[in-house]
Design a protein around this ligand. Structure first.
Ligand code: 8YV
Length: 319
């Protein structure tokens, strides 16, 4: 009997193809009644591939009493209740490592675009205003600026390395100082925001970081400051961000993630001093292919050997 996998959320084509070839797979988005299907067939499901941001908790897991592995498509797993999974003997995996460079690159792109006002500059040329009204006001360089990285995981480290090429002074904030990096740890987030030209958010989402960046931090970053978010929308108090940007208390922002994506509030969409992208930091052919393969390989290895390639830290002792 081949393992039965339930595919939750819209599968990217590469992952869909791997799931179809390697396993017997039910694709949730193609079922007329996914919940009805799970009620009837859930006991046959032993693996789940997740590409959805909808919360995955105990009630859904209980529809699949023989589920042994949840393989997530993404490094962030804040949508999965890992404690509930562990309590049911279910291993959770994610896709770390393979997306670091592209996610870091989008962080850099947003930082540069926000600091050089690239979107307005593009519109200035397209509209013909360059010829009629002349050049735009000067912008600010990030060369040599102090940049604060909030969350120095794999992605934060890649970003810090890349920012070295711009002569930036890197400081980082997180749960603890890391001994194997050359950058300065700043235990006080407010102090980091006060000293930095830009804060780049690279930390995990979830209850522990919910609303961490609020009005006080944004005010400390200040009218020349730039906030870049490539983490999760939940990390930022979005109404406070909109107010700070609208009132000029914060200089600019570059955002790839939002509180209620794919819905983005009109207040945010109307602001001229934000650069917006649709949660696309990992969305290159190369990275998404590597992510899809890692999801399928986690499932295949687990079913073949009982070991998974990239369990989330909380599940490392289970495989
Ligand atoms: C998404 C991400 O997984 O890795 C993460 O945590 O947020 C992204 O890479 C990707 O957009 C697929 O939904």
């Amino acid at each position: 009997m081949p393992p039965i996998v339930y595919a939750r959320g819209a599968m990217p084509p590469r992952l869909r193809a791997r799931l179809e070839t390697d396993f017997e797979t039910a694709f949730g988005v193609e079922l007329s009644d996914p919940e009805g299907w799970l009620r009837a067939e859930g006991p046959c499901v032993t693996g789940l591939a997740n590409a959805s941001f909808a919360p995955l908790g105990a009630p859904e897991m209980d529809l699949m009493p023989n589920l042994r592995i949840i393989a997530g498509f993404g490094v962030g797993y804040d949508m999965i209740d890992v404690a509930a999974a562990r309590a049911r003997g279910i291993v959770v995996t994610h896709t770390p490592g393979v997306l670091d460079s592209d996610v870091a690159n989008l962080g850099l792109l947003l930082l540069l675009a926000a600091s050089r006002d690239l979107i307005r500059a593009d519109a200035h040329v397209r509209s013909g205003q360059w010829a009629t009204s002349g050049p735009l006001p000067l912008t600010r360089t990030i060369e040599g600026a102090t940049v604060g990285i909030v969350g120095l995981g794999r992605i934060g480290r890649r970003l810090a390395e890349k920012l070295g090429a711009f002569g930036c002074e890197i400081r980082y904030h997180g749960r603890r100082a890391q001994t194997d990096v050359p950058w300065t740890f700043e235990p006080d987030l407010m102090a980091l925001a006060r000293d930095a030209r830009a804060l780049i958010l690279c930390l995990p989402g979830g209850p522990g970081t919910d609303g961490l960046i609020g009005a006080k931090v944004l005010d400390a970053l200040g009218p020349e400051g730039i906030l870049v978010n490539i983490a999760r929308g939940s990390v930022v108090d979005e109404p406070a961000l909109v107010a700070a940007l609208a009132e000029g208390r914060l200089g600019a922002a570059g955002l790839d993630v939002f509180a209620t994506e794919p819905q983005v509030t009109e207040a945010l969409r109307r602001l001229p001093n934000v650069v917006l992208s649709p949660h696309m930091a990992s969305a290159t052919v190369e990275t998404r292919t590597a992510m899809a393969d890692l999801v399928a390989d986690n499932l295949a290895d687990f079913f073949a050997t009982g070991r998974a390639r990239t369990p989330v830290p909380e599940c490392r002792d289970m495989v």
